[in-house]
Design a protein around this ligand. Structure first.
Ligand SMILES: [Zn+2]
Ligand SMILES: [Zn+2]
Length: 347
């Protein structure tokens, strides 16, 4: 099969022939019809993820057709249209037993713990725990985002952030996850403030339902801007980018008893990121993390997509062939905020 491979961190990846994967006992191999380009892929390529072993094939938000199933897989068969959360759970650890597959203790992640979906085929583990059926009427390009950016945003806004209609929700960083969060929060009846350095990203945020925007490139204190626009601070705030500055701005833009949800990854040389905890104490803030979404919690989100209340298809701004993926991967670090790119490995 053809796949995007990199041998060294931060050095150009290339498209080349590699052996086809085979399914494990409980796993499947999926023919990749579409796979999204996510900032986490860029982090992996830069060497920020300790799980990655070189040479490596990135890619973790995918949709496609089951090509082959392992000997112990009975609920899926070749030809099934599927996607999967990027956190593939084991199904049997204590976290899985309590329904928290998104923090599985023996999780695998395509594109991180093993070769991913910037390829014509990808192997997925524990298929019966992780595969989500993609309805006939949903395109693979749309479904690909449900594996990471859209489901991650859904869990952050709805399950962890617990946003209610009429509340203010701030989104710091309007890339794929951030724009998804804007759309999901607006559909839930929240009033959304979008914060980004890119006017193009803010324009998209407005299209997806943001009530107010803060251009971070021309605003010295974005937290203060959010507090002013929301009459005292947001009820819920997401750092969808993942940087010390956006994390702090998200916490500082909250009102009393507000909820901060950290969604963007925060790699740092020291391994820790400063958080304004004095404010968290004084204002009784909640500081929450959000990590993907368990496959069994997909149905309410799938129903909102099916009904047209949520339109993840509108987030996709460009579709490229596999050959263009190495360059697009490298560009993720420098050109955020332009919507979502989907790779089609067979085009
Ligand atoms: Zn992702
Ligand atoms: Zn588990």
């Amino acid at each position: 099969m053809r796949a995007v491979v990199f041998e060294r961190y931060g050095q150009p990846a290339e498209v080349r022939e590699v052996p086809d994967p085979a399914p494990s006992e409980h796993g499947v191999v999926v023919r990749v019809e579409a796979t999204g380009l996510c900032r986490s892929d860029w982090h992996g390529w830069m060497g920020h993820d300790p799980d990655i072993v070189l040479p490596h094939v990135p890619g973790h938000e995918l949709a496609g057709v089951v090509e082959a199933v392992g000997a112990r897989v009975t609920r899926h068969r070749p030809g099934d249209r599927v996607t999967a959360p990027f956190v593939c759970a084991c199904g049997s650890c204590p976290s899985c037993a309590t329904g928290d597959q998104q923090v599985c203790e023996r999780q695998t992640q395509p594109g991180f713990t093993h070769w991913g979906s910037f390829a014509q085929y990808v192997a997925l583990e524990h298929a019966e725990v992780n595969l989500v059926t993609v309805p006939e009427e949903m395109s693979f390009g749309t479904a690909a985002g449900l594996g990471c950016r859209f489901a991650t945003a859904f869990r952050a806004v709805v399950q962890q952030g617990r946003v209610a209609a009429g509340e203010w929700l701030a989104v710091h960083g309007c890339g794929g996850v951030g724009l998804s969060a804007v759309m999901i929060a607006a559909a839930a009846g929240a009033r959304v403030v979008a914060v980004d350095v890119s006017p193009q990203a803010l324009e998209l945020a407005r299209t997806f339902g943001a009530a107010a925007c803060v251009d971070a490139s021309g605003t010295e204190d974005t937290a203060e801007a959010v507090r002013t626009l929301t009459g005292g601070g947001a009820h819920v705030s997401l750092d969808a980018l993942g940087s010390p500055a956006t994390c702090a701005a998200s916490v500082n833009g909250l009102r009393r008893r507000g909820r901060h949800v950290q969604v963007g990854l925060l790699p740092s040389p020291t391994g820790t990121t400063p958080v304004p905890m004095a404010r968290a104490v004084a204002l009784e803030l909640e500081i929450l993390g959000s990590h993907g979404m368990a496959a069994h919690t997909y149905p309410p989100m799938m129903e909102l997509v099916r009904s047209g209340a949520l339109r993840p298809d509108l987030l996709v701004t460009s579709t490229i062939p596999l050959d263009a993926a190495p360059e697009a991967l490298a560009a993720m670090g420098t050109a955020p905020g332009r919507g979502v790119t989907v790779i089609e490995p067979w085009s």
